[in-house]
Write a protein that binds this ligand. Structure first.
Ligand code: ADP
Ligand code: MG
Length: 241
């Protein structure tokens, strides 16, 4: 046993003949920003689905805060302290930003005043105060990503999983999103971050793992992983940098 916040062992998942996760083992420490990179189809989103309980592994264990959560439902894992955002962001389109975030907070508390207060904190944290009365459908992609983060943070997670932080976002918005992820960490969560943009992950992550066809091929500090021959051959050489 380790004292890691998240401890994933031998996680394996097949879809028919496709190996989406193949004996993946890694851990995330308290307060860490851990990056997951790899080409399309590498198994990054599958890993998130397995950790959050949206999918069941064929094999392997997930220990969170010292407790084996492999058999728990998604809502039970959320209550245990795991929250996520989705690669395709989908806030409730006819609810305001504030209402969307209160919905997250209400998964933690029955008190409406308390939920409102928590939501206010999270909206401020992600920089959407001026948009708090805007409808979900009126937001830009970058703003929707911020809203998803606020909604997830409102559930008071210990671990937050972010799928494709800068995906689909215009170049000028990227530094702001990097700052935001750091602020979330400073607010007390550990982060598991899927990110396509190598420059972003270099700046953001304490450690990174590289997946390809469901297998972990490299892990370490971003500067080490970016020099790994498999990473250069399969990823950086193909224009993802
Ligand atoms: N629900 C599913 N049914 C069948 N195949 C799936 C399913 N989810 C993922 N896969 C397959 O598993 C592999 C990994 O997919 P995914 O985890 O989405 O990769 P990534 O997020 O790294 O692009 C791909 O080959 C994908 O087609
Ligand atoms: Mg994906």
């Amino acid at each position: 046993m380790t004292d890691a916040l998240l401890d994933v062992r031998d996680l394996t998942k097949h879809y028919g003949g496709v190996s989406a996760s193949d004996d993946v083992t890694f851990s995330v420490a308290d307060g860490e920003i851990f990056g997951v990179i790899g080409p399309n189809g590498a198994g990054k989103t599958t890993l998130f689905n397995l950790i959050t309980g949206f999918e069941k592994p064929d094999r392997g264990t997930i220990v969170f805060g010292g407790r084996d959560i492999t058999g728990l439902r998604p809502d039970q894992r959320n209550r245990a302290g795991i929250a996520r955002t989705f690669q395709i962001v989908k806030p409730f389109p006819r609810m305001t930003v504030e209402e969307n975030v209160i919905t997250g907070a209400l998964s933690r508390t029955k008190g409406v005043a308390e939920a409102r207060e928590r939501a206010g904190h999270c909206i401020e944290l992600v920089g959407l105060v001026e948009k708090r009365h805007a409808l979900g459908r009126e937001l830009s992609t970058g703003q929707r990503k911020r809203l998803e983060m606020a909604r997830a943070m409102a559930t008071q997670p210990k671990l937050l999983l972010l799928d494709e932080v800068t995906g689909g976002v215009d170049q000028p918005s990227i530094p702001g999103l990097i700052d935001l992820v750091r602020r979330l960490r400073d607010d007390g969560v550990s982060l598991l971050v899927i990110e396509h943009n190598m420059r972003v992950i270099m700046e953001l992550a304490d450690r990174v793992m590289f997946l390809n066809l469901g297998r972990k091929l490299a892990e370490g500090r971003p500067s080490e992983v970016s020099r790994h021959p498999d990473v250069i051959r399969l990823y950086l050489g193909s224009g993802h940098a």
